[in-house]
Design a protein around this ligand. Structure first.
Ligand SMILES: Nc1ncnc2c1ncn2[C@@H]1O[C@H](COP(=O)(O)OP(=O)(O)OP(=O)(O)O)[C@@H](O)[C@H]1O
Ligand SMILES: [Mg+2]
Length: 226
């Protein structure tokens, strides 16, 4: 599903963010990307979504070479990848339910059905009573839950979640991780970047640890992390 070979990312003019990254993620895997603030987690997730390009090296996602921007790649990423951005990126002029339904639009699901599916997702994250609100009327954590719902609703092949519970309390963190694990159990590949070591230790799933742009550990079952 994901294959990175010797990937470097240097933000212009000279800010290094990733160095010599080697990574393979198989279809159906669940992967945590851990590391301190500034370690390169968001940069790695962005590469996987084609939101930024590697300075050098190879980035293959779903058999597509993301060093090349072509329409097929972009269409694939839109249809088959669900992304939870660290800063949510909800559309400010669209209601909560329409933001969630967005992922279904690119798949050509009819409007009525889109709304029904989006409402089902909103119930799962306990925000169905805010369906008609605009994102700015929601708290940070509520917006984060909407972002999670939007990424999951169209049942993508791959979910990329950047700090998806950074603004959530422990109960809601569990709700979100239950949804991500359920998606994974249904065969969806899930990549989660987080510095929440407690959740990584609790779930004890494969974890890649970044430190200043380099992978310093790749643990099948991390157990306790320092
Ligand atoms: N657009 C940018 N331009 C220049 N440098 C950047 C840019 N984005 C990130 N960086 C730098 O790249 C490095 C990695 O940043 P990145 O956002 O990937 O870290 P992170 O692990 O996601 O951190 P956090 O946990 O705080 O979200 C940092 O040194 C950061 O300052
Ligand atoms: Mg980040």
């Amino acid at each position: 599903m994901i294959r990175l070979h010797n990937v470097q990312k240097i933000y212009p003019p000279d800010q290094p963010a990733l160095k010599g990254i080697e990574l393979r993620v198989h279809e159906g895997d669940f992967l945590f990307i851990a590391g301190a603030s500034g370690a390169g987690k968001t940069t790695l997730v962005k590469l996987l979504f084609g939101a930024t390009r590697a300075t050098s090296g190879q980035v293959l996602v779903g058999g597509r070479n993301l060093s090349v921007v072509d329409e097929d790649n972009i269409a694939y990423l839109r249809r088959e990848v669900g992304v939870v951005f660290q800063d949510y990126r909800l559309l400010p002029r669209r209601s909560v339910v329409d933001n969630v339904a967005l992922g279904l639009e690119v798949k050509g699901v009819p409007k009525r059905q889109r709304t029904d599916l989006a409402m089902d997702m909103l119930k799962l994250i306990e925000l169905d009573d805010r369906a008609d609100a605009l994102p700015q009327m929601l708290s940070g954590g509520e917006q984060q839950r909407v972002a999670v719902a939007r990424a999951l609703v169209h049942k993508p092949k791959l979910i990329l979640a950047d700090e998806p519970t950074g603004n959530l309390d422990p109960d809601m963190t569990n709700v979100v991780f239950d949804l991500l694990l359920e998606a994974n159990a249904a065969g969806i590949t899930v990549v989660v970047a987080t510095h929440n070591l407690a959740i990584i230790e609790e779930l004890n799933l494969r974890t890649v640890v970044l430190d200043r742009g380099k992978i310093i550990g790749d643990f099948e079952r991390p157990g306790r992390l320092e």
